[in-house]
Every structure is written in C-alpha cells, then in structure tokens.
Design a protein around this ligand. Structure first.
Ligand SMILES: C[S@@+](CC[C@H](N)C(=O)[O-])C[C@H]1O[C@@H](n2cnc3c(N)ncnc32)[C@H](O)[C@@H]1O
Length: 291
C-alpha cells in the first residue's frame, strides 16, 4: 500500500462519524511541467490538508462533483469513495498528471482543461480544489466565477498553501535576485517577476469576495509542523511544486549555481534537528463556501 493509503487508513479519517476504511490506491509557461513521482514523495503531508478540507464539506449527496487541478487523482478517488453515487470529474491541464490518474481504471472522468477557461456545462453541487488555485492569477474574478457556476445549495471547497512569505519561498526569490557570481541576478526578468507574484491573498480578501454571494462561508488557516526526513528535504519538497518554474526555466551552469546557492541558504534557514530530521512549518488557507 502506498503512503496515501497508509495515512488515510491508520489515521482512520472519519466523515460524518463513519470510518472511511476502504482501499486507497497508489497510485506549463516553461514552468508548468509536473512530475507526479516528485510530488508524491511527501504524500502523507500533502494528503492531510486535502482530507481536512473534504471533511468540512457539508453536502449529503451531491450529484455532480468537479475536482479542479486533480493531479494524479489520489484525492479525486477519495471524493468518489465518499459519494459513491455522484458523477465525479477530475480536471487538470497537465497531461503527465492525467496520465497517472487514468492508469487505474475507475468511474471518474478525467478531463484536460485549464481552469482559467473552464466552465461546467451543468452546474455542479461541489467544486473541490486542493493545492491548485494558487497557480492561477486573477482570484478577484476566479473565485466569484466558481461560486456562480454552482447549483443552488452547492459548495466551493478550496485549500491553498500560504507559502509566499515562508523562508523556503522567499529564499527562491532572493537567490534569483542575488545568487549569481558577485551577487548577480539569475534567470530572466520575466522569471523573477513571475516568482514575485503573491499567489494567495489574505483570508479577509476571500471573505470580501464571497461573503455577499454565499449562505455560509467557513474560512480557516492551519499551520502544520511538518517533520521531514532525508538530506535537503525542503529542497526535495519544493522541487515537486513551487520550485518547478525556476528549475524548468534555468539551464546549464546558471541552474547549477542556483541549486547550490538555494540549497545552502535553505540549510541555514532550516537547520536539521539533533535527530537529523528537519522541521518545516507550513501554513495553509482553507475555505468552504456554500451558495
Ligand atoms: C500541487 S498539484 C495538486 C494536485 C491534487 N489536487 C492534490 O492535492 O494532490 C497542482 C495541480 O494543479 C494543476 N494545475 C495547475 N494550474 C492549472 C490550471 N491552470 N488548470 C488546471 N490545472 C492546473 C497541476 O497540473 C497539478 O496537477
């Protein structure tokens, strides 16, 4: 059994008082190529917030569900297991991720689409999106648009990392700005500007966007004290997500310089504990909006 399954089973995640003890399955700019295996290296830590979000969805029997940015489909499968009679659609713009999702036969429909342009043909009862919408800009129009796409009584459930201000992500920008020889910048101005965009707004901004359009709005933040093992584990973590645009853009010597300097700075910011493990505090924003 894979890490996702082990965690879900041993943690005994309960939805509405019922144990979920079923089988769990293993399972673009230049910067958006995804590597499903790298992303899954920390599956336990990445799964937990997805389940905590799902746990807060108050729907009894939704008929149509979309999982936006479904990735390799691990969470989509759990969604389908929670609501066995619902029609479940996983949407992603990465062919690599969708290929992995489709490896295991299921009743889930996998659709390649960019959420920027996506709209459902029939209003769904649930739009769920875990660790994806931070990759999209234009939240001031995106979130109201998703809310308006829902059927009456439907839910928008979203989790996004609040990583922009964390040392691991600040150091990416700093290293691009002055990590070259004699403090020279690395990469192009376009890359540095794209990395400078603050991808998730403050919780209060999402309240302002959604409160007037919803019958209930549940917003919260959680900081996970993640214990990581191995050498340079934070570099390995961000390599699967936030560092991809940089690694995919830099080449040759410039890439090597960036990796060496960024890794050095990470070791200073996140020193290993006496047992060799590394603590990686990670904050996330959740919202469940019911219309
Ligand atoms: C960090 S992964 C999360 C995957 C999954 N939701 C999970 O929690 O395991 C982000 C996913 O969002 C997808 N993604 C990013 N931007 C997207 C967009 N504009 N449209 C559709 N999918 C997108 C990526 O391809 C990737 O699979």
């Amino acid at each position: 059994m894979d890490a996702v399954g082990r965690l879900a089973q041993t943690a005994g995640y309960a939805w509405k008082g019922k144990f979920v003890a079923t089988q769990y399955h293993q399972r673009q700019a230049a910067g958006t190529q995804w590597d499903p295996q790298q992303y899954l290296k920390f599956a336990d830590h990445r799964l937990r917030p997805a389940l905590e979000l799902l746990d807060r969805v108050p729907l009894e029997s939704p008929r149509l569900i979309y999982d936006l940015g479904c990735g390799g489909g691990q969470i989509t499968r759990l969604i389908a297991e929670r609501w066995p009679s619902a029609q479940v659609v996983g949407v992603d713009n990465s062919p690599q991720m969708l290929a992995q999702a489709a490896e295991e036969p299921s009743r889930i429909e996998w659709v390649e689409a960019d959420v920027h342009n996506w709209s459902p043909a029939v209003p769904p009862d649930l739009i769920y999106s875990n660790a994806t919408l931070q990759w999209l800009d234009g939240h001031a129009t995106l979130f109201p648009r998703l809310g308006e796409a829902l059927a009456a009584g439907g839910c928008l459930a979203v989790q996004m990392p609040l990583s922009w201000g964390m040392p691991s992500h600040r150091l990416m920008r700093d290293t691009l700005a002055d990590g070259g020889v004699a403090g020279q910048p690395l990469g192009t101005e376009v890359l540095r500007q794209s990395m400078a965009r603050k991808w998730v707004a403050d919780a209060g901004d999402y309240y302002d966007l959604l409160a007037g359009r919803t019958s209930s709005l549940d917003i919260w933040e959680t900081e996970y004290m993640q214990v990581l093992v191995g050498d340079d584990p934070i570099f390995e973590w961000v390599k699967g997500t936030g560092l991809r645009p940089i690694l995919n853009s830099l080449e040759g010597q410039e890439r090597e310089t960036f990796v060496a300097e960024y890794t050095r700075r990470l070791r200073v910011a996140y020193p290993a504990k006496s047992d060799g493990r590394t603590l990686y505090p990670f904050r996330r924003l959740f919202l469940v909006a019911t219309v």
